[in-house]
Design a protein around this ligand. Structure first.
Ligand code: BTN
Length: 362
């Protein structure tokens, strides 16, 4: 009998849950647990691997296994890890197996009247978006793709510093997860040892005098294989490497920290982001400026700002109370706002300025 879409998806989920531990599972065991034939197990496995671009190893005569254990996202687990005040500020947490973009989805829901505090996470994005129209590499089951919808009485123009507040919030969560060297690069990049670990994308809409709504999206590389990252055209890293303390230039010298579970990390991010979204509405950027300075990877360093064909060099002097980047130039201190401005170390060659993304598509 042909499976309906729904039952196929349910069986795929059940199969992934069985394989998630990374152990070896025989075809007979999987068939019994799923209540289907061994031939059907094989078909589901093949379709799952193909559809999700997921590596499932088949050991002849022994069974099947995932090369790396998988912790699927679970909205109930995430919600139960949140503090009471944070839960009180949320209007719902959803986890989708697949979505074009968590940001685009929440912007659509916002237009349809969704209330503030809506959270969307996905196991993968088919059209994940980065800054400046670039794409965001979003393979299944291994990273974090998270968006939160927040409504403000403020005008959209007053939300200029929000991305700075949210960057600080994300860095606080990653530091709490053990990533001691987490850094921020203005306006929206999360860095570890000058390599991109993640990024934020803010979509803002509203009436010119307010109210407004913001969708804050964050993507964090937890485990990205070289194959998945093949199209990324700037130095990148993932949390597994950052916590192991290893890098190409300093191989595995540090003791290393345990990887947090994806649900725990998602909860930690929601916790700090919701608190930042709420604080920003009440107190603006003030509660975040000191932490931004502490996390700023390039503070006091020579940098270049690129605006299309224009290039301005100077020494990075931090961020202004409205979120603008401050640069000490030969002609004095100047302020620059985000948008199409991109920052790079003054010595970096041109290709390094691009946000993490697939060559050609970002
Ligand atoms: C950047 O550094 O260019 C920003 C990347 C933002 C990626 C996240 S993943 C979740 C959310 N949904 C998207 O489509 N983009 C953001």
């Amino acid at each position: 009998m042909a499976m309906t879409d729904t039952s196929a998806a349910a069986r795929r989920r059940a199969l992934l849950r069985l394989l998630a531990d990374g152990g070896l599972h025989s075809g007979a065991e999987l068939a019994k647990r799923l209540g289907v034939s061994r031939a059907a197990v094989w078909k589901i496995l093949r379709a799952t691997a193909e559809e999700l671009d997921l590596e499932i190893r088949s050991l002849r005569g022994k069974g099947y296994m995932l090369p790396v254990p998988l912790e699927l996202l679970d909205p109930a687990r995430i919600e139960s890890s949140l503090s009471e005040p944070t839960r009180g500020l949320l209007s719902g947490v959803e986890v989708l197996e697949s979505v074009s973009s968590t940001n685009s989805r929440l912007m659509r829901l916002a237009r349809d009247g969704a209330p503030t505090g809506r959270v969307c996470l996905a196991e993968r994005q088919l059209a994940g978006r980065g800054r400046s129209g670039r794409s965001w590499v979003s393979p299944f089951g291994s990273n974090i793709y998270l968006s939160i919808l927040w409504r403000y009485a403020l005008a959209p123009a007053e939300l200029g510093g929000l991305s700075i507040a949210c960057g600080v919030a994300a860095a606080r969560a990653l530091r709490a997860a053990g990533c001691a060297e987490i850094g921020l690069k203005w306006p929206n990049d999360l860095h570890w040892r000058r390599r991109k670990l993640g990024g934020l994308l803010l979509d803002i809409a509203g009436e010119s005098q307010g109210p407004s709504c913001a969708v804050v999206g964050i993507g964090i590389n937890l485990r990205l294989s070289p194959r998945q990252a093949a199209g990324i055209d700037q130095p990148w890293t993932d949390l597994a490497e950052a916590l192991a303390g290893a890098s190409a230039d300093a191989p595995a010298t540090a003791q290393g920290r345990a990887m947090p579970g994806r649900n725990a990390l998602a909860a930690g991010l929601i916790e700090t982001l919701v608190s930042a979204l709420s604080d920003f509405g009440n107190r603006g950027l003030d509660p975040f400026l000191a932490d931004w300075r502490a996390f700023d990877s390039y503070l006091g360093e020579p940098v270049a700002l690129i605006m299309g064909e224009r290039r301005v060099t100077g020494t990075l002097a931090g961020v202004a109370p409205d979120g603008a980047l401050l640069l000490d130039t030969d002609s004095g201190r100047r302020a620059f706002h985000a948008g199409e401005v991109s920052l790079r170390p003054a010595t970096a060659p041109a290709p390094e300025v691009r946000a993490q993304g697939r060559a050609g598509s970002r």
